[in-house]
Design a protein around this ligand. Structure first.
Ligand SMILES: [Zn+2]
Length: 280
């Protein structure tokens, strides 16, 4: 995803500048300098890849307690006409409304990369606000990365979608074939990046969520595959599955459907049909 072009101080003032409570508005506008400083520190750390090293006590706002500040600037601020426009623009950024943390859920909320309860001065900073699905936002909660290896991918800063890192294997069960997904990036990847993607996969329960998605694809494709087996045997089935995977991978190198199709195509028992299941 592209980094939002919204400027942090202007975004903040758009959120707090129309507060009807005069005294509160003055207090919030006066906090603009602290918000600007916080935004600069966030960008320095983002450029160095050291977001995990930021400490919350440098991101509080003097004279306003954290809860009040977040309520006023974020909760109320994003409900104002100008704030809502910013929120809508951030939420509308992902292609197909797909959550950029799990790549499978639908975007319904904004997630604070650096949690607002710990980093209040970043609560409306566009670089700190990423669209997310309810599941990811809930699981992530207020957690803050403790180390470089521990940091989830930042959808605006870390781009891994052009390289295939998602793979799966088939598992035969009494009710048919199932898929088990796993992370297997190329050897050229930096070990820290491998740790981060693995952590994201585990924390956000991606293996289970992707397997559910794959099961639906398998159910959808079973009838077609059965017809192709009768018509031309395993090779026709395999070619069909490979063709489907290529279409999906052309759009997304880690397409869950693409991985599902290519994994099924490599399973002889699946391509041959149920009678070959136990002899393959
Ligand atoms: Zn998600």
């Amino acid at each position: 995803m592209k980094i939002p072009l919204l400027e942090p101080t202007r975004t903040y003032l758009a959120c707090v500048g129309t507060s009807r409570d005069m005294a509160r508005r003055e207090l919030l506008v006066g906090a603009g300098a602290a918000v600007r400083k916080a935004g600069q520190a966030l960008r320095r750390a983002a450029a160095d890849g050291t977001l995990h090293g930021l400490e919350g006590d440098e991101f509080t706002v003097e004279g306003i307690c954290t809860k009040d500040f977040v309520d006023w600037a974020y909760e109320n601020g994003m409900q104002t006409v100008a704030g809502k426009r910013i929120r809508d623009a951030l939420m509308a950024a992902p292609v197909d409304e797909r959550c950029p943390l799990c790549w499978v859920g639908a975007v319904t909320q904004l997630d604070h990369v650096m949690p607002k309860s710990v980093f209040p001065a970043l609560c409306v900073d566009p670089l700190n606000l990423v669209p997310a699905c309810a599941y990811c936002n809930l699981i992530k909660g207020d957690t803050k990365p403790q180390s470089a290896e521990d940091a989830l991918l930042h959808p605006y800063l870390d781009r891994i979608s052009h390289t295939r890192w998602l793979h799966a294997r088939t598992v035969w069960t009494p009710i048919g074939v199932r898929l088990e997904f796993f992370v297997a990036p190329p050897d050229s990847w930096d070990p820290t990046l491998v740790s981060r993607v693995t952590r994201q996969f585990t924390l956000l329960n991606l293996g289970t969520r992707y397997a559910q998605h794959a099961n639906r694809t398998i159910t959808d494709v079973n009838q077609m595959v059965t017809r192709l087996r009768v018509r031309g045997g395993a090779n026709v089935v395999r070619n069909y599955l490979l063709g489907e995977s290529e279409t999906r991978f052309a759009a997304d190198a880690n397409s869950i459907e693409g991985v599902t199709y290519v994994t099924l195509s490599a399973d002889d028992a699946y391509c041959h049909g149920p009678s070959a299941t136990h002899t393959a």
